[in-house]
Design a protein around this ligand. Structure first.
Ligand SMILES: Cc1ncc(C[n+]2csc(CCOP(=O)(O)OP(=O)(O)O)c2C)c(N)n1
Ligand SMILES: [Mg+2]
Length: 323
């Protein structure tokens, strides 16, 4: 790993973590309503994937704030969306689970578990028939791998050799349900290995995530069909703000926290001497300022006008509909 890349990984993961901590605080103060699913602990997956998969379409489930940041979405517009403000990336109509930005080819998140996988697969089919090089990236949790839509997507993607990467964040829990209670095995890459190349990786290591997604990207761009990655990871917070996560043991939490993606990247970079210590201090300060500005921007933005209720409900000029 070169120094510049490691610096970018650190900056984006730190920005993501601080964004989530600020969102949590704002939620507790009553400034954010509805659901809020935090990504704290899983930043290596969000950042490593988006740094590698830099072209093509992204479809994601609802735990997507850091993924959006890593894709290039402005944290101000995400925070404003969480606040339900008109300046939000989805005009305040989507909230935390629906960050959507066509300019970034970012078509997420989706609140329906596994609901975005058939859509992503269809998009990969469109890309294939249009002869586009860049493919599709679909990210989802361990819980999604028990859904029918998951197997249907894998099946057709493999049968038609579609250019799509399926990336599973196995954090071992679907809300309070441990994956081993509802799946015959906890190593989920077995579910895909008869359909396509399928790998289990360390999802707490941003460099490993980046490298494997680069490999997968080359594979799909060469027209060799889909690729499956299972990344072992862990969320430090509950499933959402209404869950205290007490169904997990302190011991388990301790093990995963010792593998913290941000702290370990920093430690490793300092040990190898590829990043100077001052970089981390300066970056932490820069990130704190950016997050403060994002909260300020969201707080000072106006609420959507009532007339907005009727906007963007139906497509007015559907120019690309097949007659
Ligand atoms: C089809 C469907 N069933 C149930 C739910 C309720 N639900 C919301 S999140 C969730 C857990 C999903 O867990 P996982 O796929 O592991 O993702 P994670 O939250 O761990 O990132 C469930 C069951 C839903 N949103 N959609
Ligand atoms: Mg899960």
């Amino acid at each position: 790993m070169n120094s510049a890349r490691v610096k970018t990984f650190y900056y984006l993961m730190k920005l993501g973590r601080e964004f989530e901590l600020a969102a949590k605080e704002q939620y507790m103060q009553g400034n954010i309503a509805g659901f809020l699913h935090l990504d704290i602990g899983q930043e290596a997956c969000s950042v490593g994937t988006m740094q590698a998969f830099d072209k093509g379409d992204v479809f994601t489930h609802y735990r997507e704030h850091v993924l959006a940041i890593a894709r290039g979405m402005d944290p101000k517009l995400i925070m404003a969306e969480l606040f339900g403000k008109v300046t939000g990336v989805s005009k305040g109509k989507g909230g935390s689970m629906h960050l959507f930005e066509p300019k970034l080819d970012f078509y997420g998140g989706d609140a329906i578990v596994a609901g975005h996988l058939p859509i992503a697969t269809g998009c990969a089919y469109a890309r294939k028939i249009e002869g586009e090089m860049a493919g599709v990236f679909a990210i989802f949790g361990d819980g999604a791998t028990n859904a029918g839509a998951f197997f249907e997507s894998l099946n057709i993607a493999a049968a038609w050799k579609l250019p799509i990467i399926f990336f599973c964040e196995n954090n071992y829990y679907a809300i309070g349900t441990r994956i081993g209670w509802v799946s015959p095995f906890e190593e989920l890459y077995h579910k895909a290995r008869h359909y396509m190349p399928s790998k289990r990786i360390d999802g707490m290591d941003v460099c490993e995530v980046y490298q494997v997604v680069m490999e997968a990207k080359e594979h799909i761009e060469e027209g060799l069909g889909p690729y499956f990655i299972e990344a072992e990871t862990y969320r430090y917070e509950g499933h959402s703000m209404s869950d205290n996560g007490k169904y997990r043991s302190e011991e388990e939490m301790k093990i995963f926290k010792s593998r913290d993606p941000i702290e370990n990247l920093k430690k490793e970079a300092l040990k190898l001497g590829i990043v100077e210590p001052e970089y981390f201090e300066e970056t932490d300060k820069k990130v704190a300022k950016e997050i403060e500005e994002a909260v300020e921007f969201a707080a000072n933005s106006p609420e959507p006008d009532l007339s907005e209720l009727y906007e963007n409900v139906y497509c007015k000029e559907c120019t690309n509909v097949v007659p």
